[in-house]
Ligand binder design. Structure first.
Ligand code: SAH
Length: 236
């Protein structure tokens, strides 16, 4: 069942006109005619009937979708800027795995630098990836994303549980699930080159707990997907 995020406040029986891009997709691409779709508005999912009336693409709201598709607490993923296609893969998987907010950041060993002049267009592309992934997996919200911060700004992203994935803790093996509590959580993943010793110390001083993702060294994108999976499971 196709899902679309809409701005209107919805209620059973209400008929809304779908925005042009969503109507084009529903009626020209999917060729829907009186089929059911899922609409999401202000964090709530609704079932609706999609149909055309003349040139208008309409949807008649039928009922609320009782399924809650969101994690029970906010989950922020602070992700170092890594190569574009890998970073965009992380965005898509983080949306599927229930992340509430993604904070890109730059650290000393990032191979990719945040380019000021590209930032607005890049942010719009990132938001489009998150919207498409959230519609595809039937979420009730689209993760927020902001312009890249510096690693030294990550104290502004902290919540009740604050984890920083660091391969250097393999010996003491503080695991993600061992550090987790059912409270708002922020997790930090470093770049391809990893964190410098100073950056790990800085994050620890901020209050982040270094955690191990096991004894193998994972690629940054694998580490991000892994930690989102373990946190999601711990919050179920
Ligand atoms: N420094 C690594 C490369 C960094 S991996 C190397 O020696 O090749 C990219 C990021 O993934 C790291 O900064 C860390 O946040 C995370 N990561 C990868 N493997 C990990 C592990 N086994 N435990 C904890 N974090 C890990």
């Amino acid at each position: 069942m196709q899902e679309y995020f809409v701005e209107e406040t919805l209620s059973p029986g209400k008929i809304i006109e779908l925005p042009k891009d969503k109507a084009d997709h529903a009626f020209k691409v999917l060729r829907l005619s009186h089929e059911m779709i899922r609409l999401v508005s202000q964090g709530t999912g609704w079932f609706a009937e999609a149909y055309q009336e003349g040139k208008k693409g309409l949807a008649r709201v039928i009922s609320r979708d009782p399924d809650i598709n969101e994690l029970p607490v906010d989950f922020t993923l602070c992700m170092a800027l890594i190569r574009r296609e890998k970073f965009e893969l992380v965005l898509q998987k983080a949306a599927e795995l229930g992340v509430s907010k993604i904070v890109p950041f730059v650290s000393s060993r990032c191979v990719v630098k945040a380019k000021e002049e590209k930032s607005q267009r890049q942010l719009e592309r990132w938001r489009a990836i998150l919207t498409e992934a959230s519609e595809q997996c039937k979420r009730n919200r689209i993760p927020d994303i902001v312009s890249p911060l510096s690693v030294s700004d990550l104290d502004t992203c902290m919540q009740s549980v604050n984890l920083c994935a660091y391969e250097g803790v393999r010996t003491s093996a503080v695991s993600v699930s061992g550090a987790m509590k059912p409270e708002p959580v922020t997790a930090v993943i470093g770049p391809e080159g990893g964190f410098s010793e100073d950056e790990v110390k800085l994050l620890e001083t901020m209050g982040y707990t270094p955690v191990s993702l096991g004894n193998r060294i994972l690629r940054a994108e694998t580490a991000a997907i892994y930690i989102c999976s373990v946190i999601g499971e711990a919050l179920m």
